[in-house]
Every structure is written in C-alpha cells, then in structure tokens.
Design a protein. Structure first.
Ligand SMILES: *[C@@H]1O[C@H](CO)[C@@H](O)[C@H](O)[C@H]1NC(C)=O
Length: 353
C-alpha cells in the first residue's frame, strides 16, 4: 500500500473516530545540513543534539561529492556514490550516511535524502553525468546551466534510475535496505531541485519516481523542490500518482508565502498530495536572521505546513548556515519548531519520529 492511500484512509477514520485512533492533521519542523555526515564526530553530535533540543525532527542531506573543510567546517572530503562513470559505485558516502542515521535515530531525527543534486550537473559541480552526456557546464555563481540532456536522454534517465535503485537497495548496518528503513528515513527526494533554473516543463525525469515508488513502501516519495515557488508547484507534480509530498523551495520570504501558500494547499488537497516548505532560509547577522526566521515560521505554522530550514551546521556564518552561537536566530528556530510540533496541520503526515 502506498503511504498516500494510508493517509486518505487515516483521514476518513479520523473523522469517524478521532478519539479512538488519534490520527489527525499535524505539522513538524526540520532542517537541512546537506553534508553533515562528513563533519568530525564531535561536531556532528553537537549539531544533532542541538536539533533534538530545538525539536527539529527531520534532517535533509544530499548524496553528492563533498570537498574537505567547506563553509568553515572541519569536515572530510568524500566521493559521490558514482565515480569515474555512471554505475561505478563507491559506497563510502552511503556508509558515512549510515553512521549519521545511527546517531540521528536515537535523537528522534529522521533523514530526508536527496539522492542527487541538480547543481552537480555542471553548475556548482560536474559529476559523472556531465562527462558521459556532454552536459554544458557553467559557473553557477554567474548563471545556472542548461542540463536538459539529463532529463530527456533515455540513456541518462536509465542511468539515473540505476543510481536510485543502488541507493535504495543499500543496506543499513542492521541489514535493512534503505528503501525499508522507516525508523531512520522520513522521505526520499527525487532529486534536489530537478530542472531548477531551466524553464523546462517536462516530466520525463519522473521515470525515477516510479523507481522510488516501487522500491519503497512506507517512506515518502517527495519531489525535492524546484528553484522557486512556480516550478516547485509545477502541475505535473500534482498529477504524478507516485509522488506523496510536493516540496516547496523559496527564498522569497513571508509575503511570497502568504501569496502562494493558500492556493498551493487547495491544489494539494484536491489532488491528494502533501506539502512541505522544504527549503527556505535567511542570511545576515544574528538579529536579522532571527526576525526573518520568526516571520516566515509564524506564517508557515499558521498554515500548518511543515518546514525545513536551510541550514543548520557548525559553525554558523552570515550566509544561510546557522547554529546555537547565533543565540537570537537559534531561539527563533527553537520557539518556531516547538510551535510547529503543536500546530494544527493542513495535512496528515505519518512516519514522523
Ligand atoms: C537546452 O539544451 C537543449 C539541448 O540539449 C536544447 O534543445 C534547448 O533548447 C536548450 N534550452 C535553452 C533554454 O537554451
């Protein structure tokens, strides 16, 4: 049974006998920390402890090559899971994520795993798909590149399906394949920001969705967002039956939330989809971050839509990275997360920690 069918069934039951089974609409909060598994253990544990104390329940990471000591962190380098060419596996990264899962689970934190990053397709990085399919790279700080080949070439799509299958069938330390590791994994993204900044209206990438949906029974299949509100909410996300959660990514602030969210909730309800504000964030000094976060969190909690901040890591910076030393911002996150966990939700999420 797909979890979405279970949601519908659960919602009907909740109306009939809500006091008996306790299934009702809910919300929650989490954060991205996309390379947390590469941090030295003491820093990893500090981040996980802080997330737990704040009430953050989901932790979003990427499966992507990571360089050493990025963003001021003390972290090790790791290869992507595909090295040299597609299908040439290096599972070191998956084993590092296994350790992270073993540390997050006892703290009541589940992972959201993005199995690939669109911006590794010749934008911030150039991975094996760029080499194999001659995807034209660019300097991502200037403009995003045209990686449409990845989404339209049938061989590239087949290679990506193999990547998804490899990741989903990777076995956690207790032998459970990730596709069934409901205690440790909340959702799989299809990709981080598939087709982001490309003005493509094409759903061929969602061959990968079918792989995800067929492989996992209890873990949510989620889109992984677009670059903006508009492409996050592309119509095909709502019509693809294998997608459970439509992820919204936006750095456009509170007014954009207020102008877009009511319509998004309506469409999601009509199409039987769940919504999550999976990426948003604030830059600046501590007080600027705190006020920007509070404003957006209050709006999101008011709509009962779960959210995941970009991003929590040690150390903090004046960019999007935040940690406990930013005492005002961290207080905003803690207050907001606890409120999210109490908020009356617009949707019913199962598989929460
Ligand atoms: C992107 O590249 C494809 C060929 O790979 C081309 O057909 C398409 O027109 C390009 N899109 C843009 C916006 O340049």
């Amino acid at each position: 049974m797909k979890i979405n069918d279970f949601n519908v069934f659960g919602a009907v039951l909740a109306i009939v006998c809500s006091n008996l089974i306790g299934v009702s609409a809910n919300s929650f909060a989490g954060a991205s920390s996309y390379f947390l598994y590469t941090l030295q253990q003491s820093d990893r544990i500090a981040v996980l402890d802080a997330m737990q104390a704040a009430g953050l329940k989901t932790l979003r990471i990427f499966v992507t090559q990571v360089a050493q000591n990025i963003k001021g962190c003390t972290n090790s380098a790791v290869n992507d899971v595909e090295v040299g060419t597609t299908g040439n596996w290096d599972d070191t990264i998956l084993q590092m994520i296994d350790i992270l899962i073993s540390e997050a689970m006892p703290r009541g934190i589940k992972l959201i795993i993005a199995p690939h990053d669109r911006y590794a397709l010749g934008c911030w990085q150039s991975d094996v798909y760029v080499a194999k399919y001659n995807i034209p790279p660019t300097d991502c700080s200037t403009a995003a590149n045209n990686a449409s080949i990845f989404y339209t070439n049938t061989n590239a799509i087949a290679d990506y399906d193999k990547r998804l299958l490899h990741i989903l069938s990777h076995k956690y330390t207790d032998g459970t394949p990730w596709s069934q590791l409901t205690d440790g994994i909340f959702a799989f993204n299809i990709q981080n920001e598939a087709m982001g900044h490309m003005d493509m209206v094409d759903n061929q990438v969602y061959g990968g969705v079918i792989v995800l949906a067929q492989s996992e029974m209890h873990i949510y299949v989620s889109t992984g967002g677009g670059a903006y509100w508009s492409d996050s909410l592309n119509y095909y996300n709502f019509y693809c039956t294998d997608i459970d959660i439509i992820d919204i990514h936006s750095y456009d602030g509170t007014s954009a939330i207020n102008s877009n969210m009511p319509g998004a909730i309506n469409t999601a309800n009509q199409q039987g989809k769940l919504l999550m504000m999976e990426e948003w964030g604030v830059t600046g000094d501590d007080s600027t971050k705190a006020s920007g976060m509070t404003s957006q969190i209050n709006a999101l909690n008011g709509y009962g839509v779960p959210w995941s901040l970009w991003e929590v890591v040690k150390p903090s910076s004046t960019d999007f990275e935040t940690f406990t030393d930013e005492t005002q911002a961290w207080s905003a996150i803690t207050t907001g997360a606890k409120a999210a966990n109490r908020a009356s939700g617009a949707f019913t999420f199962n598989n929460l920690p």
